[in-house]
Design a protein around this ligand. Sequence first.
Ligand SMILES: *Cc1c(COP(=O)(O)O)cnc(C)c1O
Length: 393
Amino acid sequence: MSYHVNEKGYYGQFGGAFIPEMLYPNVEELRQNYLKVMAEPDFKKEFDQLLRDYVGRPTPLYFAKRLSKKYNTKIYLKREDLCHTGAHKINNTIGQILMAKRLKKKRIIAETGAGQHGVATATVCALAGLECIVYMGEIDIARQAPNVARMKMLGAEVRPALSGSRTLKDATNEAIRDWINNPVDTHYIIGSAVGPHPYPDMVARFQSVVSEETKWQLKTVEGRENPDYMVACVGGGSNAAGAYYHYLNEPSVKLIAVEAAGKGIYTGESAATSVLGKEGVIHGSKTLLMQTTDGQITEPYSISAGLDYPGVGPMHAHLYETKRAEFISVTDDEAMTAGLELSQLEGIIPAIETSHALAIFETKKFKPEDVVVISLSGRGDKDLSTYIDYFKL
Ligand SMILES: *Cc1c(COP(=O)(O)O)cnc(C)c1O
């Protein structure tokens, strides 16, 4: 069984490139070039240098002593929260901006929901000196003002998406429309392991540095490269894809994917795609998707903007179908409690997305000798007002 993409762009039955005819040349250009470009020594050198000197890699693998004591198991945190801009997303945008330059693109477009991917994209566009246009739903622009200000300060133009529910899905549609109209000079930087092939694979490869580092870091401290469990939260699936990547074909490493159950899986206010989703097509790939019986996409809900997505990437849909990964759903309340707990036990305020992954210790029991690695995908600065409102701090 392979958990990697095949040459047709599929993970088992999921993936592919379901795109309008007019987008075909753009996606095809990328498909024909991405592996070749990534294999070039110059590309690798520049990518590695920027990850080191600009992003701050390798990120530490931190043994969380007090958290481990409380749950009577060995918990390590892979500190993506210490990356420049505060989360793992920059690993992917650095890779894609270098790809865009190799493909001689002059203009970058991106979609963003909460603004985290927009900020990571605006950052690398400033770094590379390329024009940056970020599409963002009008509603999101209003509720994510600090990130809108960051993008503007970095020199990006933020264009409101005015159609539909005026949130992430509509921003994505606008970005795709822009790409169709600007096929020659524009690269579209997608922010997660989603979209038409080759995006999920390309994003997973750029994020795979997370498990690559974890291997040698664990070897140093535990004398073995493989943990017993690798745990990550899943929105579209990019931090999980990176954390799993080098462990996909290591059956001794159990993979755990944590989804947002919002107010409860069956409350109608949830983003637990693996439980509620059925096969469907979203943003160019066939995957598991929350939808009504007649195929309309259901509006997802989660307290965390980064997990508030009605689908998962095709790699994760396949990991779910094949049972290679165990999927666990965590509610808003459970996640918020876990976020507060990490803050007070370890002095680390996590992003609310990440807090979902941390919440599994309340329900799932591990053995004292188990080595459990959590992808600490991001820091909580951006979520402070949500934590303040929730805990009445
Ligand atoms: C965006 C984001 C996520 C969710 O995205 P994935 O592509 O599933 O990783 C998780 N954590 C943080 C901190 C994020 O910013």
